[in-house]
Ligand binder design. Structure first.
Ligand code: FAD
Length: 454
């Protein structure tokens, strides 16, 4: 018998339970990818480039058998199953709002031909929707979720199935083209993910607890795009972690990824709107002036060095350090009073790891609008964040070349250091676009007006 293995966010052969089951239950397997415009169009060039690379590797590793169809999933999957004479289609389950609706449509379409859609596993260590509080409600707060998540546990990884007989005579539309991008992106694919994981576990993980908040140190794993596209499964990462403080902290970060997928499952609207209904009515800046401010933020010319460094890293690498994601997010929402969804959209256009659950809820956390969000009155001061997390200013100097020659603490707040600093390249650096103290008061005023709190 023949099965179709429809790859989505699981672009790997090792530790892929859906593929293992397809190969165990059937003589031959059609590897399929559907280039679905509903997912492709909003992805941005960086993610499309990365995904194209992952697919090219998968094509090689399936001996050229990978079938790519550019069509709606319900038509494409059904057509491929028919052409191959398959009686089942295997997938890794998808609990996102788009993915779950799509899978229902595909299951219905396949059902007309008596073909079954069989979800096996999920992209998460603990499947979203598994863990509930003692009173049977979904968790809204991370720390108790993470405790329950650890005690829930996860399976051991499984090897890639040996000697799979791939069906290689099904029509393919060809691999998607990698769009051009000027960002310096990581090598795509499963092999690169393994190398990255090993390099991280061979050293940096030991000091992860201390270094993860130091953007100048590159102390994090950079596994996010690989996890996003399933080049590696979190189970494969967790199974190789040791017992030290670094490993413990790292596992907790992976729990955030699962937490946000769980929150999205229970609150599908949170991808588009604030979870806290009070915050939905907060006064926001819109119009031409807000558009100009938004453009300055996107381009990294706000006059706040740490914010500009983060935004320029995003443009240059399609990735930004987590501490910076929080700092620039807070600045957009609380200093510029611009809707978090606009910032989230810009991130999704650029991030190579752009992921609906992690991104939208990361933004809601920063904006103080989500479950378990930072309280709104806790407004990040960009200058003190800079002094605390980039104490030597090396991160700023790396990403804001105008300030590369500014010495000492002045790099955090060059405008305050006086005119003599503004010579040479530094004279091209903009003045701060707002007064942080004033905007902080303004943000709190709007928050009090919206919520009646404070
Ligand atoms: P590491 O520190 O090495 O962490 C390991 C892994 O744990 C990450 O790869 C990621 O899968 C997971 N992780 C770590 N922190 C978080 C977190 N706060 N939330 C969810 N998962 C986490 N992460 C994304 O993968 N995609 C996004 O689109 C995304 N958008 C974000 C937007 C904002 C405003 C904020 C504040 C955070 C966002 N994050 C997002 C979370 C985090 O910034 C990135 O996962 C992390 O920077 C990726 O780098 P790394 O792999 O080196 O992380």
């Amino acid at each position: 018998s023949v099965a179709v293995m429809w790859f989505r966010r699981d672009l790997r052969l090792s530790d892929n339970p859906a593929l293992v089951e397809a190969a165990r239950e059937h003589d031959r397997v059609v590897p399929l990818f559907v280039d679905d415009h509903a997912l492709r169009d909003p992805a941005g060039a960086n993610r499309r480039w990365f995904m194209a690379g992952c697919l090219s590797e998968l094509h090689d590793r399936t001996d050229g058998a990978l079938v790519v169809r550019k069509d709606s999933p319900e038509r494409a999957v059904r057509a491929v199953a028919r052409q191959a004479g398959a009686d089942a289609v295997y997938v890794t389950g998808d609990s996102g709002p788009y993915g779950s609706a799509r899978d229902e449509r595909v299951a219905d379409a396949l059902g007309e031909d008596d073909v079954e859609l069989r979800p096996v596993g999920t992209p998460y260590a603990v499947p979203p929707g598994s863990i509930f509080t003692g009173s049977d409600t979904p968790y809204k707060v991370f720390t108790p979720f993470s405790r329950a998540w650890r005690s829930w546990g996860w399976d051991d990884p499984v090897d890639a199935p040996h000697g799979v007989r791939w069906v290689d005579d099904v029509r393919s539309d060809g691999l998607p083209e990698a769009p051009s991008t000027s960002a310096d992106l990581p090598t795509p694919g499963e092999e690169a993910a393994k190398r990255r994981l090993s390099a991280f576990l061979d050293g940096p993980v030991d000091s992860y607890a201390d270094d993860r908040d130091r953007p100048a140190k590159d102390g994090t794993s950079r596994l996010s795009p690989y996890l996003k596209y399933g080049c590696v499964h979190p189970r494969q990462v967790l199974s190789r972690l040791g017992r030290g403080k670094g490993s413990e902290t790292f596992a907790t970060e992976l729990a955030w990824r699962d937490f946000y997928a769980d929150v999205l499952l229970h609150n599908p609207d949170s991808a588009r709107q604030s979870l806290d209904p009070d915050m939905a009515g907060i006064e926001l800046d819109e119009g031409a002036e807000a558009d100009e401010r938004f453009a300055a933020w996107c381009e990294g010319r706000t006059g706040f060095p740490i914010v500009d460094a983060g935004m320029r890293q995003l443009t240059a690498m399609g990735w930004m350090h987590n501490r910076l994601r929080m700092i620039v997010g807070s600045f957009l929402v609380k200093d510029l009073h611009i809707d978090w969804t606009r910032g989230a959209r810009h991130f999704m256009d650029h991030l190579v790891d752009g992921d609906l659950a992690s991104n939208q809820h990361g933004w809601q956390w920063v904006a103080g609008t989500g479950t378990d969000a930072a309280p709104y009155f806790r407004v990040f001061n960009p200058t003190s964040q800079s002094e605390r997390f980039d104490p030597q200013g090396d991160y700023i100097r790396r990403w804001v070349p105008e300030l590369a020659d500014v010495e000492g603490k002045a790099v955090h707040q060059p405008a305050a250091a006086g005119d003599d600093l503004f010579s040479g390249a530094a004279s091209d650096y903009p003045e701060p676009m707002v007064d942080h103290k004033e905007e902080r008061e303004e943000a709190l005023r709007r928050w009090r007006a919206a919520t009646g709190k404070g």
